[in-house]
Design a protein around this ligand. Structure first.
Ligand code: OMP
Length: 234
């Protein structure tokens, strides 16, 4: 199986470069991509992205930028200059912010996929109540997805639950990137809107962001292989 067939992105949520590289060492860049998030990037900076790319991994830089349009667009441009495969911003930054990010990438020599985060998979309706929101996470995710689509963003981060409905209301090629993936035997941890890998793909998830179910498995490489096998056999 080539990388173009694989939906798996392994979240390298580690505090040090060594820990992240030790995990990457156990993974195959032909079978999965990797995600560098806030903890690892804040500890190690752009060097970790460069090092992973040198090891042939395609990198999703997950820094969830959320700021005024100019600042966010410049941050996205800096990510593009790093050569990453995918970068994300918060859709709730609004129409002008999303459009500015689109323009920044369009003007960059290297063009990562621009993805907007809708509603974090750790949130459920009780979190929405405490925020005073009168909508449900599913409705709000769909509204933010439609906004992102209309701003020319390449896709969204959402829970796998919402992936199908979002594609139906936008376009089949609008990418759905879904964290909150759990195997039957895994604990929920801080995630709330979860699905198994097979359920997620059946519900039109294009990419599955998987952290602890792989990185805390006895053998991360076997865990990835088992997920891939399951995905190609249903
Ligand atoms: O943008 C993300 O990647 C993200 C968005 C979201 O809504 N939920 C979410 O869990 N994530 C990230 O996906 C990863 C999930 O990790 P696990 O819960 O360990 O599988 C973490 O690195 C989160 O930062």
């Amino acid at each position: 199986m080539g990388l173009s067939m694989s939906p798996i992105i392994v979240a390298l949520d580690y505090p040090t470069k060594q820990a992240a590289l030790d995990m990457a060492q156990q993974l195959d860049p032909e079978v999965c991509r990797v995600k560098v998030g806030k903890e690892l990037f804040t500890s190690c900076g752009p060097a970790i992205v460069e090092e992973l790319q040198q090891k042939n991994f395609e990198v999703f830089l997950d820094l969830k930028f959320h700021d005024i349009p100019t600042t966010t667009a410049k941050a996205v441009r800096a990510a593009a200059n790093l050569g990453v495969w995918m970068v994300n911003v918060h859709a709730s930054g609004g129409q002008r912010m999303l459009a500015a990010c689109r323009e920044a990438i369009d003007k960059s020599p290297h063009k990562p996929l621009l993805i907007a985060v809708t509603v974090l998979t750790s949130m459920d309706s009780s979190d929405f109540q405490t925020l005073g929101y009168t909508t449900t996470p599913e409705e709000y995710a769909l509204a933010l997805a439609k906004l992102s689509y209309n701003c020319g963003v390449d896709g969204i981060v959402c829970s796998a639950f919402e992936a199908s409905s979002i594609k139906n209301h936008t376009h089949k090629d609008f990418l759905t990137v879904t964290p909150g993936i759990r195997l039957k035997e895994n604990s929920l941890d801080d995630q709330r809107r979860i699905m198994t890998p097979v359920e997620a793909v059946k519900n039109n998830a294009d990419y599955l962001v998987i952290g602890r179910p792989v990185t805390q498995a006895k053998s991360p490489s076997v865990a990835v292989q088992n997920i891939v096998k399951e995905l190609f056999s249903f």
